[in-house]
Design a binder for this molecule. Structure first.
Ligand code: DGI
Ligand code: FE
Ligand code: FE
Length: 380
């Protein structure tokens, strides 16, 4: 008998998870696949945004048509951080005579080297990996063998690149992701999962084109958030609301209590009015989120990581097109600070050419970050 565990956050389970399960069954000749949502994946700082019971339910719905798949609540039921080595020990005890596999996506394979007790894991299971939109890098088998003295199995399936992050952002914006099973989507809607009470009302203040812009900002910000160790939920909210006041005139009664600093150029005003509405109308009270909205157009000295991320995602989302945008997009993934200092430099030059008034915060943002980076360079 051949059995595999497929672990992950399944937040939520989507078509590529199911395709991977089917591909693994065929490639490895599996009799059984145990789908096991994790309590909190150790590599995920902000944790899944649906609770464990809901993720289990969604897995059961999505796998209703796979009689060889079962959904296990072992990790969610155990509570605490899910460590794969402990799960694999229990798996080996339950199926002592089976050929045991543990399925991971190619993106997780590179993380495997940093997991706890990888040798312990490999004593109990054979690791089986498959690509996710990309072919596995040839060198990784050798790296794996050198480190662990054995190989991992490779499932010939590259699948389509479907990102759970994109799916969560789509759901938060009220869109139906194609990669979700209809039943899973209905469950999500019925239980209000992946939604935030502030987003729909804030978006209703924006024109259609602006809403799509905010959506693209959120996708880019959330995709980048994880590697920066920024909370995905905060990135999502700040991005969704950043332009909520863009089409509200400053004398609108909704802004009656909003005090603007002196001499704000007109294009920058909506950062302040937006932060005001986010707080007073849409109920956001997280200072970091409000601050990211409040300085998203000008920047400022001492920007927070979230503030930098929103400023840049706003500038570099897919819909933007200006000379140098591709270069800045590359920098965005490599080095956020260098990307920001370069973006601010260009912004100041552009405003200067246009003869537009330069807001002091925009200049101080640039001077602050440039000095910071110079100081770091001297230390290195
Ligand atoms: O609201 P968005 O169009 O998505 O983008 P944004 O909020 O980044 O930009 C609003 C505008 O603010 C943009 O055209 C650049 C402008 N801006 C930023 N800093 C300054 C500025 N305009 C002036 N006049 N002075 C500044 O210092
Ligand atoms: Fe804006
Ligand atoms: Fe914007």
């Amino acid at each position: 008998m051949k059995v595999a565990i497929f672990g992950g956050s399944f937040d939520p389970i989507h078509s590529q998870h199911v395709a991977l399960i089917r591909a693994a069954k065929t490639a490895l000749g599996l009799d059984r696949v145990i789908v096991m949502p994790s309590f909190v994946a150790p590599h995920k700082r902000s944790g899944p945004s649906a609770d464990g019971q809901s993720r289990l339910e969604m897995c059961k719905i999505a796998l209703g048509g796979c009689d060889f798949a079962e959904v296990s609540d072992y990790e969610i039921g155990s509570g605490g951080t899910s460590y794969t080595y402990l799960t694999c020990r229990a798996f080996a005890q339950k199926y002592p005579d089976a050929a045991r596999f543990f399925l991971v996506g190619a993106d997780m394979l590179s993380d495997f080297f940093a997991w706890r007790e990888p040798e312990d894991i490999l004593a109990n299971v054979t690791l089986a990996a498959c690509g996710r939109g990309t072919e596995l890098d040839a060198g990784i088998h050798e790296e794996f063998r050198n480190r662990f003295g054995k190989d991992f199995a490779e499932i010939p399936f590259t699948g389509e690149a479907v990102s759970s992050t994109d799916i969560r952002v789509m759901l938060a914006f009220g869109k139906k992701p194609e990669a979700l099973d209809d039943g899973v989507y209905s469950y999500i809607r019925a239980h209000g999962l992946y939604a935030h009470a502030a987003i729909a009302p804030a978006l209703s203040f924006e024109k259609e084109g602006r809403r799509e812009h905010s959506f693209r900002v959120a996708k880019l910000a959330c995709r980048r958030a994880r590697s920066l160790r920024i909370d995905e939920g905060k990135a999502l909210l700040a991005a969704a609301l950043h332009d909520c006041a863009k089409s509200i005139p400053a004398d609108d009664p909704l802004l009656a209590g909003c005090e603007l600093p002196a001499d704000v150029p007109e294009p920058v005003v909506h950062q302040y009015t937006g932060a005001y509405l986010a707080e007073h109308l849409f109920g956001i009270n997280d200072e970091e989120i409000l601050d990211a909205i409040r300085y998203h157009a000008s920047g400022r000295e001492d920007m927070t990581p979230l503030g930098k991320l929103i400023y840049l995602a706003d500038l570099l989302e897919d819909g933007r097109d200006f000379p140098g945008v591709e270069f800045l997009r590359e920098l965005f993934w490599q080095d956020l600070d260098r990307c920001l200092v370069e973006s601010l430099r260009r912004q100041l030059a552009y405003l200067g050419e246009k003869g537009a008034p330069i807001y002091p915060l925009t200049r101080s943002a640039y001077e602050w970050l440039e000095a910071e980076l110079n100081r770091k360079n001297r230390l290195m």
